[in-house]
Ligand binder design. Sequence first.
Ligand code: FAD
Length: 460
Amino acid sequence: MTVSILWFRRDLRIHDNAALQWVCDNSTQVIPIYIHSLQEEKPWQPGAASRWWLHNSLLALEKKLADHGLRLKYFCGESETVISKIIEETNASSLVYNRLYEPHLHKRDLSIEKKLQKIIEVLPFENSLFFAPGSILNNQQLPYRVFTPFYKKIRPLLTPGHVEHDSASLASGLKSLKDVAVSSAQSLISLNLLDEPNWHEKLHSHWRPGEDHAFELLDAFIDDAISHYDVERDIPSIEATSRLSPYLHFGEITAQQICHSIWPLLEGQRDSKTAQSAEVFLKQLVWREFAHNVLWHFPETATEPMDKRYKKSFWRSSKRDYHAWTKGETGIPIIDAGMKQLWETGWMHNRVRMIVSSFLTKNLGLNWLQGANWFWDTLVDADLANNSLGWQWVAGCGVDAAPYYRVFNPNTQTKRFDSNFIYINTWLPEHNELDYPQPMIDLASSRDQALDRYKQNISS
Ligand SMILES: Cc1cc2nc3c(=O)[nH]c(=O)nc-3n(C[C@H](O)[C@H](O)[C@H](O)COP(=O)(O)OP(=O)(O)OC[C@H]3O[C@@H](n4cnc5c(N)ncnc54)[C@H](O)[C@@H]3O)c2cc1C
C-alpha cells in the first residue's frame, strides 16, 4: 500500500493537475492537504481580496474532492513541521505537489525537499506555466528582458498539449484512492481567511471561485467574446476579456488548458478573423509567462526597480495624495471610477489599471511600490509576477518598460476608450453632479513636471 501526501497550494483544481494525476496512477491511499502558513509567505502574505478568493476556492476544491470520497485537510503553521507530523502519524511514503515559482516560496520548497527527501519520496511537478521558468533563454543563454523576442521564441513551442479532459478516467482514478485521516487536521474556517466580512461580502455578487466556474467563463468567452477580443479588449465598459486572471493565479485553470481549448480557433476553425483575435488573447498568456520568468531571474524586482536609477529618492511622498488615489477621490472621473471598480469587485480592467497607475507614478510622482501594495491588498487576482511587471512597466523603471514620456492622459484615454461614459457611469454615477470635486491636480502641468523629473533622472 502506498500512501501519498498531496499538497495543494496554488493548484486548486483536479483536472490537468500533474501532482494529483501522479497520485492517482501510483498510490492507493492519499492525504490531500492545504497548509496556511502566513509566516512563510512573508512579505507577500495574500491580501484581503486574495484571502476571500482563497477561502472560496478551497471550499470549491473541498467539495470536488468530497464527491470522490476524499477529504481536504487544513493545517496552520510551518509547512515542514506540519508535513513531518503527518508523516509520523500516517507512515506516508511520498510528498507530491506542483511547484510554485515566486522566489521566497520556491526557496522554502527547496529547503523542505532537501530535508524531507531523507525520509520520504518528494515529487514536485511543473504545472502552472507553459514551461518551467528559466528554461526559455535567448541565444546567449541569458534571460529575456524584452517581451517581443521572448514571445517569438516561445510561440512556435506552444502546442494544444495533451490536456486530460476525460472526467470519467479522472473520476475512476480518484475513486480508487482511499482517504487517510489525520488527527490534527483543522477546519477551513479556522484558517481565518475571512477577516473583513463587511468588505468581502459584496465580492460574491461578482465572482464564483472554483474550477467549474473557470471553465464556465472560458466556454462563454470562447463562444463569443474571443472573436472580437482584439478590438474590444481595451474598452472597459464591455465584458470583452476573459476575467480568468484570479482563476489562473490560484491554479483553478492552467494556461495549457486554455491554450488547448482555443487551439482549434487559432488554427482557423471558426474564421480567419477569430484566429487573429485568439492569437492576441494567447499573447496575453505569454505576457503572464514573461512576467513569471522576469521574477524568476530578477527576484528583487518584486520590491526594487529593475532600472536602479529609480531609487526611493526619485519618488515624491504624500500621504494625502496616496489616500485620495486609493479612495477614488482624485476628481478625475476615469481614475475614480477605476478605483471604485477595484474596491467593489476586487478587479479592474487592464486599460484602467494602466491609466490609474500612470496617474499615481507620473502625475502624482508617487512610488510604484505604493500602488503595487494597494493592488496587492485589493485585487482578487493579485499576482506577484504580473503585478510587479505591470507597475514597473507603467512607471518606466522595469523590463521592457513604457518610455518615460508615455504619460497616459486620463481625459484623452476616456475619449478613446469610454467616449459615452458607460464605464464611468457604471462605477461613478455621481461624476455628473455639480458638486463633484475638481481634479486634485492639473494634468498638463503635472505631466510636464513628471517629464522634467524623469529627464533629469536619466541624465544624472
Ligand atoms: C499596474 C498593473 C498591475 C497589474 N496587476 C496584475 C495582477 O496583480 N495580477 C494579474 O493577473 N494581472 C495583473 N495585471 C495584468 C492585467 O491587467 C490583468 O491580467 C488582466 O486585466 C486580467 O483580466 P483578464 O483575465 O480578463 O485578462 P485577459 O485579457 O482575458 O487575459 C488573459 C490572461 O492573460 C494574462 N495577462 C493579461 N494581461 C497581462 C499582462 N499585462 N501581464 C501579465 N499577464 C497578463 C492574465 O493571466 C489574464 O487572465 C496588471 C496590469 C497592470 C497595468
